[in-house]
Design a protein around this ligand. Structure first.
Ligand code: FE
Ligand code: FE
Ligand code: ZN
Length: 278
């Protein structure tokens, strides 16, 4: 059985997301730790967190994924933005320790004109300030499409960040299929080669989650526009090959396709049907 779920809203609380996931036949889900544009984090009511933990255990969920707000930028040219991003991440990680949530994903950052080298150095410095040996959560770098000055659109850049982090054992990677394809990796016709390259440079042991999205634009376009499953340039067949690949099929797959919950429910049913044997 594959582990599949989708992005859900935290607005009604933590247990509510678990219940919603169960209702749409998901066994994992992703949520933003706070308003996507930043803002303050939602205080965690212990009862609510415990109820989610119970729900996850009862329904044998795969790891669930918390996503940092996408405005969080550890390598902005603006030092105040960098400081704010570090504080937000530290606060998120502190709160996540109370949740049955073992994965925290973030966009490495945009260097906003400073250059890739400086950007990577700032990301590494920030992670070394924020990570602590006691935390129970893995921090995942998301593979990026390379829009604007985004860092993390090549496996080499991800490796450079991992190499700089003192607590590398707390780090992992989230593989976003739309982003990787937009970044120029041919996961449609050469999936085997791409995964081999990922393993050689980053290490498949660092891979903790997959964002499962089709793409609206062709390979290498650096556009980052997600499409519904089977309606984009990646296509259903290639997506099935990804979900059933022996190196990936144990991972949690999270849909971030342009859908409301009923659309996600349909995509989950479709993928479960195609991947029954895996
Ligand atoms: Fe993301
Ligand atoms: Fe993503
Ligand atoms: Zn995206």
């Amino acid at each position: 059985m594959i582990n599949i779920g989708c992005h859900l809203s935290l607005s009604k609380g933590y247990h509510a997301m678990g219940k919603e996931a169960v209702k749409i036949n998901a066994n994992t889900f992703q949520f933003f730790t706070r308003n996507p544009r930043g803002g303050s984090g939602k205080e965690i009511v212990q009862e609510d967190a415990d109820a989610l933990a119970e729900c996850i255990k009862q329904h044998a969920f795969a790891p669930i994924l918390a996503h940092a707000p996408y405005t969080l930028n550890l390598c902005s040219a603006n030092p105040d933005t960098r400081k704010f991003a570090r504080e937000m991440m530290a606060d998120d990680l502190k709160r996540l320790d109370k949740l049955p949530c073992s994965l925290y994903n973030f966009h490495p950052g945009s260097h906003t004109g400073q250059g890739v080298e400086t950007g990577i150095r700032q990301i590494v410095e920030a992670l070394n300030m924020v990570l602590c040996a006691e935390q129970t959560t893995f921090v995942l770098l998301e593979t990026m499409a390379g829009k604007g000055s985004e860092i993390g659109c090549s496996f080499e850049e991800l490796r450079q960040i991992l190499d700089g982090v003192e607590l590398e054992e707390k780090m992992g990677v989230c593989f976003d299929t739309c982003h990787v394809y937009d970044a120029g990796y041919d996961i449609v016709d050469h999936l085997e080669d791409v995964l081999e390259e990922f393993d050689r440079i980053v290490g498949l042991n660092r891979l903790k989650a997959v964002h499962l999205n089709d793409s609206m634009h062709p390979m290498g376009s650096h556009k980052d526009r997600h499409a519904k499953i089977g309606e984009g340039t990646i296509g259903l067949e290639a997506i099935i090959r990804i979900v059933t690949h022996s190196a990936l099929k144990h991972l949690p797959f999270l849909l971030e396709t342009p859908n409301e919950v009923d659309g996600y429910e349909k995509e989950i049913a479709l993928l479960r049907e195609y991947c029954k044997e895996s």
